[in-house]
Design a protein around this ligand. Sequence first.
Ligand code: HEM
Length: 500
Amino acid sequence: MGFRIGLTCWRSALLASRGHTARCTASSVAALKDEVKEYARPYSEVPGPKPLPLVGNTWRFLPFIGDFSIEEIDQVSRDLYRQYGRVVKLAGLMGRPDMLFLYDADEIERVFRNEELMPHRPSMPSLNYYKHVHRKDFFGDNAGVIAVHGEKWYKFRTRVQQIMLQPRTAKLYVRPIEETAVAFVKRARDIRNSDLEVPDDFLNEIHKWSLESIARVALDVRLGCMDAQVSPSTSDTQKLIDAVITFFSNVGVLELKFPLWKLFTTPTWRKYINALDTITNLSMKHINAALERLRSSGPVHVDNDSSLLQRILALDPDPRTACILAIDMFLVGIDTTSTAVASILYQLSQHPEKQEILYDEIRTILPSPNTTLTAERLEQLNYLKACIKETLRMYPVVIGNGRLLTRDTVIAGYQIPKGTQVVFQHYVISNLEHYFPKPEQFLPERWLKICNEHKQAQNHHPFASLPFGYGRRMCLGRRFADLEIQTVIAKVGLHVIFEY
Ligand code: HEM
């Protein structure tokens, strides 16, 4: 069954020790840490499924005989929590480090607050290989932030993050992102059938909206992904769309199934590499064109209205930096945002009464169809923001984020060795009664400041729902994701009623 959307008429519408005072010296903190370490229990005592001789715990993921299904990894995570509690060790995984699953917001807070200068988030070996081996000629020592660690990550991130995370930068995109959202609503209407149902592959349409939005931000171009006639299949736009879709449909296979690509060139690997090459080459082409445009209007200089791309090019005239940033945005900024939007639309379709409240709010802030969005108007859409937060609490896009420990650390009272991969089990945690009363209910109200009925729920633990991560490696595109999602839900919510 697909989404069914109808036109609305204009309805009426810390550590307890964080208490340390300033008198606490570095040496007393070090002594406290040593003491904590001394009393912590050994790693061998961390609960978890016992590894078998030779095959460890790897057999659990094998088809037919294993009891862990990769396709239902959320369920596996929940079961492990029920069986073993707030900290679970998964040891003996062939070819990969031990994993420590954490289900405790206090402990997650502690790990994050003690994070080092260059936190290591284990991710995407296939992309790592592409950047550091296959296309080393292009990426060199400047490989971006995704699948990059240590000094290289630090250098790139510090260079771009101030620009990426400045609220001022995202505000520049309110108008283009609004145009993209309007095009999406039009497209959704145009492709409905006579029963007002959109096609089953509607998620693909959401992907196109997401790609269009990111292209505006990363490359300063309008791709026209949602035009009725995108353009011939030979066009650059279609090639970029196809490459991004190919990347997403193959990355999961390469990352989660047995990595045959490490042994020989599989058809999946070939498609994946070709897709990444296309994304790289086309991004470079657009960036060179943008650089030409800029140069033709005199020396590159930055003012308040300069785009993200202009700012990055002014910061580093080597166009590869802007290109590599754009590639990273394409790789992690499309399916995340579209999955979130699909989830939010689904939740609202299941809760017409909440959809109604949302409609009233949007209608108040945008009273006429011609009222354009501004950063100030978006700021006032509190119920809309609460709907987004609540959906990301119930169904975080990234169900478990992680860090590879770069030093021995005490976690949940156990001594955890360097090299362990700690996985923060966000999806399970943010659905625990302990952190969010009535967790199975979609209650955007729990995120609002003034709400008597759910007052209790409002003092939630700040680390119990972390959809964009935390700390030095926190989502670099968060401001753009917020802007895109708020804008498109505001436009959809204003113009259509949706059912599932
Ligand atoms: C709903 C949408 C999104 C969600 C839920 C999301 C979530 C996340 C999470 C959980 C992380 C890991 C953070 C950590 O390790 O602490 C991350 C990293 C990242 N995200 Fe997002 N993201 C979204 C959209 C975007 C968009 C639109 C962009 C680009 C414009 C983007 C760019 C990045 C980048 C570049 C990183 C890597 C940062 C680093 O390692 O230094 N994300 N995101």
